[in-house]
Design a protein around this ligand. Structure first.
Ligand code: ZN
Length: 110
């Protein structure tokens, strides 16, 4: 619930900043490792925006794969099955560079 709550707060702030009243759609990028389940997020969003200016807006969600860079050979690669090992040199000293967060890409409102 709190994720949807934060999301709604940010959207409201942005809408106020741009002086728009009716939310049409929001595009989100959801990191694979963010532990967010799109179906439950959209359900919470729907429930919490009912009867507000945000009601009926489309929540467009794109999943972002988990990406890492190897500190040893500096190759970037996707993490599959949560295996945190570099596929190029088998090193485990890797750093996650994408796929950890939820981010708002675009807010479409009038
Ligand atoms: Zn490597």
């Amino acid at each position: 619930m709190s994720i949807a709550e934060n999301l709604i707060d940010i959207i409201k702030e942005e809408m106020a900043k741009h002086n728009v009243q009716v939310l049409k759609s929001v595009r989100l990028e959801i990191g694979q490792l963010s532990a967010i389940i799109p179906a439950s997020l959209s359900f919470c969003f729907e429930v919490m925006t009912k009867g507000t200016d945000l009601e009926g807006a489309d929540l467009i969600m794109e999943m972002v794969p988990l990406k890492s860079i190897c500190r040893e050979c500096h190759e970037t690669f996707e993490i599959l099955d949560y295996t945190f090992i570099c596929p190029h040199c088998a090193c485990t000293d890797i750093q996650t560079i994408a796929g950890q967060n939820l981010s708002i890409v675009e807010i479409n409102a009038i």
